[in-house]
Design a protein around this ligand. Sequence first.
Ligand code: PLP
Length: 323
Amino acid sequence: MTVTQDGAAAAQPSPAIAQVAYHDGEFVPLERALLPVTTQALQYGTGVFEGIRAYAQDDRGLAIFRAHDHYRRLLRSSRTLRIDLGRSVEELCELTAELLRRIGTTEDTYVRPLAYKRALLPGQKPGVSLSGVSDALSVNAFRMGSYTDPAGIRCTISSWRRPPSDALPVRAKVTGGYVNNALAVDEARAAGCDDAILLNSRGQVAEASTSNVFAVIGGRLVTPPVTADLLEGITRDTVVTLAADLLGTPTDFRDLGRDELVGADEVFLTGTGTEIVPVTEVAGRPVADGAPGPLTTALMGAYQNVVRGREPRYGHWLHPVHV
Ligand SMILES: Cc1ncc(COP(=O)(O)O)c(C=O)c1O
């Protein structure tokens, strides 16, 4: 099946849309969460965002996974674009929990906070600018369960390179930067594949369109370092932690060449939307025997246990919605 930019599944019906959003400082019916065409972020891509999942817990309602880490990253991204939300990480977590309570769901939900440049302040001349423009925050959410195919996906190596960090702040989750990701996905789909793996300007693996990349090579887990021009994924960090703690497997952070991917024993992607998905084909070649590998499969199981609250030692990663 196809992995899409926003985490929707092309082969399945669209996820049901929850009917409440946070917009303009209040909780409003979703149809009132609208923006004028003059919105600066729409014109110049000057917004930052997050993708967060809330998971149904086995016996304790809904919990937001690593909410603090997502909002810490949102505030970091916001600073890059001079967006001042005037809210703390804790306040943003609580705002999200309140949104989910108002939506009234206890099913798996995807949360999309968006902080953006809104309107020119009085007396400001039109143009591309990060100052002299008001800031805003909107948060919407929709029901979304796991959508990746546990049997694995097929990836191209994109002809679109990941921009270097001296051209675009690639470690911030900036809306405008996602034109690069969209072009890479579009190319992958046109080639009949599910997703694209992008190389950086040095020709080393950076990441996939909306996920980080891991490979298993000679029994070692390898992922590119943050200096490879990638978004430092929160799922990436979760996987590194779980591999070490639960499976006794350390991770090597080092440059990964396209030739190594093609010859790896296992390849998988990690991301909030994606979760952990095996890559069973890269650039038209099967990865090993073309079936998900044992380390990938073990990590997928461990991840589900953690996000659903079955591993008490990681309880601090779960922000309860109903207390
Ligand atoms: C470009 C990109 N890389 C990596 C990731 C994975 O990040 P995370 O695990 O924090 O969702 C995402 C998703 O947010 C992404 O959009």
